[in-house]
Design a protein around this ligand. Structure first.
Ligand code: HEC
Ligand code: HEC
Ligand code: HEC
Ligand code: HEC
Ligand code: HEC
Ligand code: HEC
Ligand code: HEC
Ligand code: HEC
Ligand code: HEC
Ligand code: HEC
Length: 447
C-alpha cells in the first residue's frame, strides 16, 4: 500500500478513534473541561453525563432528546410536533426556522443566551411563522409578538388548557367550584385480593434470624398499609438476584409493585440522576434554596416516604418542607389551601378537599387502562411545573374555573406568596373567545 494511502486512512480514522475513545472516557468530573459552558437549568444534574445527549463523534442526535421527552410531548398533544414541519406545505417556514430539530430552539451550554425552560431564541420568535395572525383574527391586531407566549395565552408545545375549544367549554366556570375536591386514588384497591394476600400480624415476619431490628420498625410496619395488604419484610428486603437480606432497599425493591411511581420519579428533578445510573441527587447540589441541615440527604423513595410507615400525608407537606427553603415554600402555611389541608387532616374537611404541596406538584392523574379508569400519583414534579399552565388541567380545575386558574398562574406575586391572595393580573383569552363567537354569529346573521 502506498504511503499516501496509509496516511489518508490514518487521517480518516484518527478522529473517529479519538471520538470513540474520548466518549468512552468522557463521562465524569475530569471531563468538564471539554464542555463549552454549563448545561441548562433542566439538565444541570446530568451535565457531566455527556453521552446522554452526544453521540460518539460529538454530534447531538434528535433521538437523544426524544428518548427522554417524546412521550411527555405526545401525551400533551404537542401543538408544534416535528411531524408538522415534515409536511412540504410548511417548507417555507422551516427555511426560516428549522423546527424539525429540537436544537434550533434549545441549544445547550450557552447560559448567557438561555431563557426560561432552556429556550435559546428571542422572545418574539412566533413572528417568524405567524406574521399574518391578525389577518383572520381582529382580536390579535396590534398585539406585540413577544406577548404570545409570555403572558399566559399560548405555549409552543403544551396548549392542553389554552386552546380555543377548551376555553369555549369553560367560559361560564365559577372561580371556585361547588364541592371542590381532588380525584380519588384507586390503583391498589384490589391488589391484595388479586395477589391472594391477607393482612399480616406482627408475628408473621419471615426475617432471617441473624437480622436485628428495633421494635419501632416492627410496630410501624404492622400499622402500615403494606402489612394490611400482606406485604412482608422480605418483599422489600430480599435481593432478587442473590436472595440475601438487603440492609437498605433502594428504589429497585419498590419498582416491581410500584412501576408507574418509580418510572415517573426517575424522570423527575428528584430522581433523574438515579435514572442515569449516577449517585443520588442531594440538596447540596441544588440550584434552588434548600435547608442547610438537609444538604447531604440523598433523594430516594424514602426521602418523602419515611421507611416503614410509608405515610403519604407526611410525604405531602412536611417531607417537602424539610428540604426546600424558598419564599414560595415558606409561605404555604399562610394559605387557605393549607387551612383546607389541616381541616382534612383533622377529619373536619371531606377526603380530597385539602391542598398540599403534593396536590399541585405530584398530582393525581387519571388514565384509562384496559377500558378502566385508573388514578395514579405522578411522581415527576417537573412534568406539570413549567410553563405553569401545565398545572391547570391535572390540578386546578378539580376545584377552580379555567379563567381564574389562568389569571392566578400568570401572577408572579400569587406564586411567590403561595396563593395567599386573589390574582391581580387578568389574561384576556376568554374575552377574546367570546368576542370571536359574537363576530361569527354576527357574520352568520348577515349572510
Ligand atoms: C442534556 C444534553 C447535553 C449534555 C448532557 C451535554 N451536552 Fe454538549 N451539547 C448539547 C447540545 C444540544 C449542543 C448543541 C448542538 C448543536 O447546536 O447542534 C451541545 C454542544 C456541545 C459542544 C459544541 C460542539 C457541537 O457539537 O456543537 C461541545 C464541545 C459539547 N457540547 C461538549 C459536551 C461535553 C464535554 C459534555 C459532558 C461533559 C456535554 N457536552 C454534555 C447537549 C448536551
Ligand atoms: C437523559 C434524559 C434526557 C435527555 C437525553 C434530554 N433531557 Fe431534557 N430534561 C430531562 C429531565 C429529567 C429534565 C428535568 C425535568 C423536566 O423538566 O421534565 C429535562 C428538562 C428539559 C427542558 C425543560 C427545562 C426547564 O427548565 O423547564 C427542556 C427544554 C429540555 N429538557 C429539552 C431537551 C432537549 C432539546 C434535549 C436534546 C438535546 C434533551 N432535553 C435531552 C431529561 C433529558
Ligand atoms: C421553534 C422552537 C422550538 C422547538 C423546535 C422545540 N422547542 Fe421545546 N420549547 C420551546 C419553547 C418556546 C418552550 C417554552 C414553553 C412553551 O412555550 O411550550 C419549550 C419548552 C420545552 C420543554 C419544557 C416544557 C414542556 O412543555 O414540557 C421541553 C421538555 C421541550 N421544550 C422539549 C423539546 C424537544 C424534545 C424538542 C424536539 C422534539 C423541542 N422542544 C423543540 C420551543 C421549541
Ligand atoms: C417554525 C414555525 C412556527 C413557529 C416558530 C411557531 N409556529 Fe405556531 N404553527 C406553525 C404551523 C406550521 C402551524 C399549523 C397551522 C398553520 O399552518 O398555521 C401552527 C399552528 C399554530 C396555532 C394553531 C393551533 C393548532 O394547534 O393548530 C397556534 C395557536 C400557534 N401556532 C401559536 C404559536 C405561538 C404562540 C408560537 C410562539 C410561541 C408559534 N405558534 C410558533 C408554525 C410555527
Ligand atoms: C415496603 C418496603 C419495606 C418493608 C415491607 C420493610 N422494610 Fe425495612 N426498610 C425499607 C427501606 C426502604 C429501608 C431504608 C433504607 C435506607 O435507609 O436507605 C429499610 C430499612 C430497614 C432496616 C435498617 C435501617 C434501620 O432503620 O434500622 C432494618 C433493620 C429493616 N428495614 C427491617 C425491616 C423489618 C424487620 C421489616 C418487617 C417488619 C421491614 N424492614 C419491612 C423497606 C421496607
Ligand atoms: C410486594 C409489593 C410491594 C412492594 C415490594 C412495595 N410496595 Fe408499597 N404498596 C404495595 C401495595 C399493594 C400498596 C397498597 C396498600 C393498600 O393501600 O391497600 C402499597 C402502598 C404503598 C404506599 C401508600 C401507603 C399509604 O398508606 O397510602 C407507599 C407510599 C408505598 N407503597 C411505597 C413503597 C416503597 C417506597 C417501596 C419500596 C421501598 C414499596 N412501597 C414496596 C405493594 C408493594
Ligand atoms: C418528593 C416526595 C416523594 C418521593 C421522592 C416519592 N414519593 Fe411516593 N408519594 C408522595 C406523595 C406526597 C404521595 C401521596 C400523593 C397523594 O395522596 O395524592 C405519594 C404516593 C405514593 C404511593 C401511593 C400511590 C397510590 O396510588 O395510592 C406509592 C405507591 C408511592 N408513592 C411510591 C413511591 C416510590 C416507589 C417512590 C420511589 C421510586 C416514591 N414514591 C418517591 C411523595 C413522594
Ligand atoms: C431530600 C430533600 C428533598 C425532599 C424531601 C423534597 N425535595 Fe424537591 N427537590 C430537592 C432537590 C435537591 C431538587 C433539585 C433542585 C435542583 O436541581 O436544583 C428538588 C426539586 C424540586 C422541584 C423542581 C424545582 C425546579 O426548579 O425545577 C420541585 C417543584 C420540588 N422539588 C418540589 C418538592 C415537593 C412538592 C416535595 C414534597 C412532596 C419535595 N420537593 C420533596 C430536594 C427535596
Ligand atoms: C396551589 C398549587 C401549589 C401549591 C399548594 C404549592 N405549589 Fe409550589 N409551585 C406552584 C407553581 C404554580 C409554581 C411555579 C412554577 C413556575 O411558574 O415557575 C411552583 C413552584 C415551586 C418550586 C420551584 C421554585 C423555583 O424557584 O424553581 C418549588 C421548589 C415548589 N413550588 C415547592 C413547593 C412546596 C414545597 C410546597 C408546599 C410547602 C408548594 N410548592 C406548594 C404551585 C403550588
Ligand atoms: C382541592 C381543591 C383545590 C385545588 C386542587 C386548588 N385549589 Fe385553590 N382554593 C381552593 C379553595 C376551596 C379556595 C378558597 C378558600 C376560601 O376562600 O376559604 C382556594 C383559594 C385559592 C386562591 C385564592 C386565595 C385567597 O386568598 O383568596 C387562589 C389564588 C387559588 N386557590 C389558586 C389555585 C391554583 C392556581 C390552583 C392550581 C395550581 C389551585 N388553587 C388548586 C381549592 C383548591
Amino acid at each position: 500500500m502506498k504511503l499516501k494511502t496509509l496516511q489518508w486512512i490514518a487521517a480518516a480514522i484518527a478522529p473517529l478513534w479519538l471520538g470513540l475513545h474520548f466518549f468512552a472516557s468522557i463521562n465524569g468530573n475530569s471531563q468538564k473541561a471539554f464542555m463549552p459552558g454549563e448545561a441548562t437549568h433542566g439538565h444541570h444534574q446530568i451535565q457531566l453525563q455527556c453521552s446522554a445527549c452526544h453521540t460518539e463523534d460529538m454530534g447531538v442526535q434528535h433521538d437523544a432528546c426524544a428518548t427522554c421527552h417524546q412521550e411527555e410531548l405526545d401525551r400533551v398533544s404537542d401543538s408544534h410536533p416535528v411531524t408538522k414541519f415534515l409536511d412540504p406545505r410548511n417548507a417555507d417556514r422551516v427555511a426560516i426556522l428549522d423546527a424539525r430539530k429540537c436544537v434550533t430552539c434549545h441549544v445547550e451550554h450557552q447560559s448567557d443566551q438561555t431563557g426560561q425552560m432552556g429556550v435559546t431564541l428571542p422572545e418574539d420568535y412566533c413572528y417568524f411563522c405567524h406574521q399574518d395572525v391578525a389577518e383572520n383574527r381582529p382580536t390579535h391586531e396590534g398585539l406585540p409578538f413577544n406577548s404570545c407566549s409570555t403572558v399566559g395565552c399560548h405555549n409552543f408545545h403544551d396548549n392542553t388548557a389554552l386552546y380555543e375549544e377548551f376555553l369555549e367549554r369553560h367560559l361560564d366556570d365559577p372561580n371556585i367550584k361547588e364541592n371542590p375536591k381532588v380525584k380519588e386514588l384507586n390503583q391498589y384497591a384490589n391488589w391484595a385480593e388479586e395477589h391472594s394476600r391477607t393482612a399480616l400480624e406482627i408475628g408473621e415476619r419471615a426475617v432471617p434470624s441473624e437480622v436485628t431490628y428495633s421494635q419501632d420498625i416492627a410496630f410501624e410496619w404492622s400499622q402500615s398499609s403494606h402489612a394490611k395488604a400482606g406485604i412482608n419484610c422480605i418483599d422489600c428486603h430480599q435481593s432478587e438476584e442473590t436472595g440475601a437480606w438487603l440492609e437498605k432497599p433502594g428504589f429497585v425493591s419498590c419498582q416491581g409493585c410500584h412501576d408507574y411511581e418509580t418510572e415517573t420519579f426517575l424522570q423527575s428533578r428528584h430522581g433523574m440522576r438515579l435514572g442515569q445510573g449516577l449517585s443520588p441527587m442531594t440538596p447540596a447540589q441544588a440550584l434552588i434554596p434548600m435547608h442547610a441541615g438537609a444538604a447531604h440527604r440523598e433523594l430516594s423513595c424514602t426521602s418523602c416516604h419515611d421507611d416503614h410507615s410509608f405515610d403519604t400525608k407526611f410525604a405531602a407537606v412536611n417531607a417537602c418542607m424539610s428540604c426546600h427553603d424558598d419564599d414560595h415554600t415558606n409561605s404555604y402555611k399562610g394559605s387557605k389551601h393549607f387551612q383546607l389541608w389541616q381541616a382534612e387532616m383533622n377529619g373536619q374537611g371531606p377526603e380530597g378537599s385539602g391542598v398540599s404541596c403534593a396536590t399541585c406538584h405530584l398530582p393525581r392523574i387519571e388514565m384509562t387502562e384496559q377500558g378502566e379508569s385508573i388514578t395514579k400519583v405522578l411522581h415527576n414534579q417537573n412534568d406539570v411545573l413549567r410553563p405553569n399552565e401545565k398545572m391547570i388541567r391535572p390540578v386546578c380545575i378539580d376545584c377552580h374555573g379555567v379563567g381564574f386558574s389562568i389569571d392566578a398562574l400568570a401572577d408572579p406575586n400569587v406564586i411567590d406568596n403561595n396563593f395567599q391572595s386573589m390574582p391581580s393580573v387578568h389574561v384576556e383569552s376568554l374575552e377574546m373567545v367570546v368576542e370571536k363567537l359574537q363576530r361569527v354569529a354576527r357574520e352568520r346573521a348577515e349572510n
